[in-house]
Design a protein around this ligand. Structure first.
Ligand code: ADP
Length: 667
């Protein structure tokens, strides 16, 4: 019988970590006791450890079901580098390689075997599973089993069947970063979890700096290019809404001298695989991707994630943004958005016909759910409150409902965060753009009323550019020729800047007062809430953001957000001295050269955090080297001498106090 102390020792020996993070220990304990469990933790919180540690201690084999074949190799590389025997079977291998992997697992020479869910149906795999002692079945990204989520994967539905097929039922442990209560319930039901221990850990990621920037579409690419140039040493992911956008932006970045690739589902598998590999191996710095990229991406040194567009839900956002800073070091998550993004998202949602496994009613229910999720996302973009808190409240409220055992209908009522109303920032986390900015709310009721009036005057027959011109009282030939200067609302807003009119108009469209039609020449029509604008108590506001010390160019002349926001950058920066920075670069170079030699991604050799720790501790002996975050016995033996060599050379040259290199100092 293994106990939790053994688990703690295994954590140190294999992974070099001093202690479990919140939630991990209890999940490990449950698994070791043979209890099914469900771990709900945000991306980067450390779900893998929860099944990997038990896998090293349990008698038989641990099978890990993971949705992404292309990542299995990295996961296995990482484990082997930590000294844990692991393998995978998947379609990238030929028959011989597959047989070898299965034979190794059957003979107990692998403790962990990764497979994709599709594999569970294969006769050869079933045959193998029937004759192998399987102690634990870990289901990664378990929300893929649910049709309520955005990543539904039909093959996940076969997992329950596979479990029933096994002669001895293993412990089943499911993991997800999705906090939706419905999805969680689905996981328990669809996988047939037996009285599972459920751990939901805190969703905060304090090392992430959250940043929301309202920016007109035409300025977005330039913003991203400048950001990437300014952070030339860092790895980053930029998420775009469409394939075309990813290609255009990757192009802009490349032209500006940033090594960037695009990644989307329209590329052929080989190019996609190559793009991912180059990114993971630090050969390219930036990947510009659609949301097809990243599920299960394990690269720990992603220093920034930029969303070029507003995602469809907070869940999706948190998952994608959460790919930054998995190593616990500061990282930045920036979201660029504008009102027309919202209009596009809503349109996409209305066009989505769901999947054909659902009836018409179910499709409508799923769509309504997606609309609700989108509204919460819009609230995030517009809030003036703390961004960390906004997300925590969203996840937290759902957690409370789960604990209280509310019905789904009740849960639905409760868990929507008010949209469009500023949440007061009580915490002042100093780690998000809102907590570092001040806001002014501007009453634009008159502007909104005039816009609505003008749309009426022109019979919903013109686009937003013309509406703004009419309201401004423009003398343009085109306008005069069409006789639009005879409109009652002509010149009604001649004192208001055109940019302000457009801002208000766009916000009205995303709030449902107006509706902008599709097509080459989008027209401004009335939206479902249009009638409210003529009511005497109609009140409408927009917010203006004042950012700290905006030293660079102001984009679009209206938003004061710039990439050179030193105030914001400082918050996300490392407080390393120039000397530590120099050593860090040297250690990073060594890491890259080792990684190239052994053909594994650099982050698998050591995380950025481990390198930072080395700069701080300057280890000169094994005991101190083991005290570095992420150094276990195996890594010490493999890489210790080389890294300590570089450190001692650096310290000797710089005349740095070598006494720092003892395990006791600096603690
Ligand atoms: P998730 O699957 O939840 O997104 P991972 O399992 O990839 O997260 O873990 C994220 C990072 O945190 C990894 O680099 C992992 O090694 C590290 N990590 C996990 N558990 C611990 C721990 N107890 N102490 C320190 N680092 C940890």
């Amino acid at each position: 019988m293994v106990d939790i102390q053994d688990a703690g020792q295994a954590l140190k020996r294999y992974f070099g970590y001093e202690s479990f993070r919140p939630g991990q220990e209890d999940l490990v304990k449950a698994i070791l006791n043979g209890q099914d469990c469900l771990g709900v933790m945000p991306t980067g919180a450390g779900k893998s450890i929860c099944y990997q540690i038990p896998a090293t201690l349990l008698d038989g084999l641990t099978i890990v079901i993971s949705p992404l074949v292309s990542l299995m190799k990295d996961q296995v590389d990482g484990l082997e580098d930590a000294g844990i025997q692991a393998s995978f079977v998947n379609s990238t291998q030929d028959m011989d390689e597959q047989s070898l992997a299965l034979a190794q697992a059957a003979q107990g020479r692998s403790k962990i075997l990764y497979v994709a869910p599709e594999r569970l149906d294969a006769p050869r795999f079933r045959e193998f599973a029937q004759h192998t002692k399987i102690s634990l079945l870990a289901v990664d990204e378990a929300h893929c089993v649910s049709q309520w989520g955005q990543d539904f994967r039909p093959a996940y539905l076969g997992i329950g069947d596979f479990i029933r097929f096994l002669p001895n039922r293993p412990t089943v442990a499911a993991f997800t970063a999705t906090a939706t209560e419905k999805v969680r319930r689905d996981i328990v039901y669809m996988l047939g979890l037996d009285d599972p221990y459920v751990a939901v850990t805190g969703f905060d990621r304090p090392n992430l700096f959250f940043d929301v920037i309202k920016l007109e579409s035409k300025y977005k690419n330039r913003w991203v290019v400048q950001y990437a140039l300014k952070h030339g040493e860092d790895s980053g992911i930029v998420y775009c809404a469409t394939r075309k956008e990813t290609e255009a932006l990757a192009d802009d970045l490349t032209k500006a001298g940033v090594s960037a690739v695009s990644y989307h589902a329209g590329m052929d598998a080989q190019d996609r695989e190559q793009a991912q590999r180059d990114f993971v191996n630090d050969k390219v710095q930036v990947v510009v991707a659609t949301n097809a990229f990243g599920m299960g991406i394990d690269k720990s040194n992603v220093r920034y994630v930029i969303h070029h567009n507003m995602p469809e839900s907070i869940e999706a956002y948190y998952q994608e943004a959460g790919r930054a800073g998995r190593d616990g070091e500061p990282a930045r998550c920036s979201l660029l958005w504008n009102e027309s993004d919202i209009v596009t998202r809503r349109r996409l949602l209305d066009m989505d016909n769901g999947n054909d496994r659902l009836t018409g009613d179910q499709t409508e229910a799923v769509r309504a759910e997606h609309r609700r999720l989108l509204n919460v996302m819009i609230g995030y973009c517009r809030t003036t409150g703390c961004l960390h808190q906004y997300m925590l409240r969203y996840f937290g409220e759902e957690m409370d409902q789960a604990a209280a055992g509310l019905s789904p209908a009740e849960a639905d009522k409760g868990n929507s965060v008010p949209v469009g109303h500023p949440d007061t920032c009580s915490g002042g986390c100093q780690n998000c753009s809102n907590c570092l900015s001040t806001f002014t709310t501007i009453d634009v009721s008159d502007v909104a009323r005039a816009i609505s009036r003008c749309v009426h005057d022109v019979n919903q027959g013109f686009g937003s550019g013309k509406i703004a011109q009419i309201l401004r009282g423009s003398r343009s030939q085109d306008l005069l020729r069409r006789g639009l200067d005879r409109c009652p609302s002509y010149g009604a807003l001649d004192q208001v800047p055109e940019a302000r009119i457009r801002d208000v108009l766009n916000q009205m469209a995303s709030d449902g007062y107006l509706y902008i039609t599709e097509g080459r020449l989008p027209m401004v029509h009335f939206g479902p809430k249009a009638a409210q604008t003529v009511s005497p108590d109609f009140h409408y506001e927009i917010k203006r953001t004042e950012r700290p010390r905006a030293s660079g160019k102001v984009y679009g002349g209206r938003s004061s957000s710039t990439v050179d926001d030193d105030g914001l950058d400082q918050a996300a920066a490392n407080d390393a001295s120039p000397e530590d920075e120099e050593l860090f670069q040297k250690l990073r170079d060594l890491r890259t050269s080792i990684a190239r030699k052994i053909g594994k991604p650099p982050y698998i050799v050591f995380s950025d955090k481990a390198l930072r720790d080395m700069c701080r501790l300057r280890p000169a002996d094994d005991a101190t080297f083991l005290a570095v975050n992420g150094v276990g016995q195996h890594k010490l033996e493999q890489y210790g001498p080389q890294f300590m060599g570089v450190i001692s050379e650096f310290s000797a040259r710089g005349g740095v106090d070598v006494v720092r290199g003892t395990a006791e100092s600096d603690r």
